[in-house]
Design a protein around this ligand. Structure first.
Ligand code: C2E
Ligand code: CA
Ligand code: CA
Ligand code: CA
Length: 278
């Protein structure tokens, strides 16, 4: 038994070692991915629930790896956050999406709002608001049509600086959304204390609508609370008609999910915009 135990430990640490090597390799390649132009953006429509028309798009990054194919952000964003590369990536996403938006707006009946995921690491840079302003100037983008999505859990570290930057951004007319709401441990505290415009209800809450009454009660209460505080609510991960009807019935503002559209590359989204805007 003792030897078996030892074997197990050996195999386990070997696996760990392999994983560590793979992560290091990915981290090295990630460093050049930006210069090599290997990142691509897909976009997912955000729908107004009352009229069921598209109001905006969320930019979602993917890594077009020369050998491994399309890599999910779930795999490389955490690595980028640890190596400090994330700030450059965040700014690249903003600029690329702003340029894309210009093209779409030229052909759509009304301007579409752009939602950009901004890793909280970026909120450690005191110049962030100026850096963002520079990109909006360069691309001639209306700040009122930009929304930055931040995730609550990582925000705690430097809440004062983060709040200060958020205030500067909002003064420019940029809206701030709290992403993945409900997955952290102090959600309500954030909702009440951070100066935000939008809350994005995590898919974990949405997926049990129609199955668990408790979830419906929570979703309804959160929507009411947020709206009472003047905060708009976007539901994430809508996959069924039942979920859609429920969210409409409780007055949730917007939603996104596979029910309306998956995230797609720009040339597909162009067609989706036409379908979803009329
Ligand atoms: P997120 O911001 O919460 O994005 C929503 C995720 O849910 C996306 O996964 C989207 O494809 C997926 N999703 C949307 N609708 C549905 C649905 O109906 N059903 C299901 N099952 N999933 C749905 P994705 O694209 O893999 O992105 C994962 C996460 O990676 C994002 O979560 C975000 O935290 C991060 N991320 C993505 N793009 C960027 C980026 O440009 N910058 C930064 N910093 N993070 C990013
Ligand atoms: Ca998001
Ligand atoms: Ca989210
Ligand atoms: Ca998420």
């Amino acid at each position: 038994a003792k030897e078996g135990g030892r074997n197990k430990v050996f195999i386990y640490s070997n696996e760990m070692q392999e994983k560590r090597v793979a992560t290091m390799e990915l981290a090295n390649q990630l460093h050049n991915a930006l210069n090599k132009g290997e990142f691509v953006l897909h976009y997912q429509p955000i729908m107004d629930l009352k009229n069921e028309v598209i109001t905006g798009l969320e930019a979602l990054i993917r890594w077009q790896h020369p050998q491994k194919g399309l890599i999910s952000p779930v795999e490389f964003i955490p690595i980028a956050e640890n190596t400090g590369l994330i700030h450059q990536i965040n700014l690249w996403v903003l600029k690329t999406a702003c340029l894309q938006k210009k093209q779409w707006d030229a052909n759509s009946p009304y301007p579409l709002k752009l939602s950009i995921n901004f890793s909280c690491k970026s909120f450690e840079y005191p110049d962030l608001a100026d850096e963002i302003q520079k990109i909006l100037d360069q691309t001639q983008t209306n700040p009122a049509e930009i929304q930055l999505e931040i995730t609550e859990t990582t925000f705690l570290k430097n809440i004062e600086l983060g709040t200060e930057i958020i205030k500067k951004l909002r003064e420019k007319g940029i809206s701030i959304a709290l992403d993945d709401f409900g997955t952290g441990y102090s959600s309500l505290t954030y909702l009440i204390n951070l100066p935000i415009d939008v809350v994005k209800l995590d898919r974990d809450f949405i997926k049990y609508i129609g199955e668990r009454t408790e979830n419906e009660i929570i979703v309804k209460a959160v929507v009411q609370l947020a709206q009472a505080l003047g905060i708009k609510v976007v539901a994430e991960g809508i996959e069924s008609k039942e979920q859609l009807y429920f969210l409409k019935s409780i007055g949730c503002d917007e939603c996104q999910g596979y029910y309306f559209s998956k995230p797609y590359p720009p040339y597909v989204i162009e067609e989706q915009i036409k379908i979803l805007s009329s």
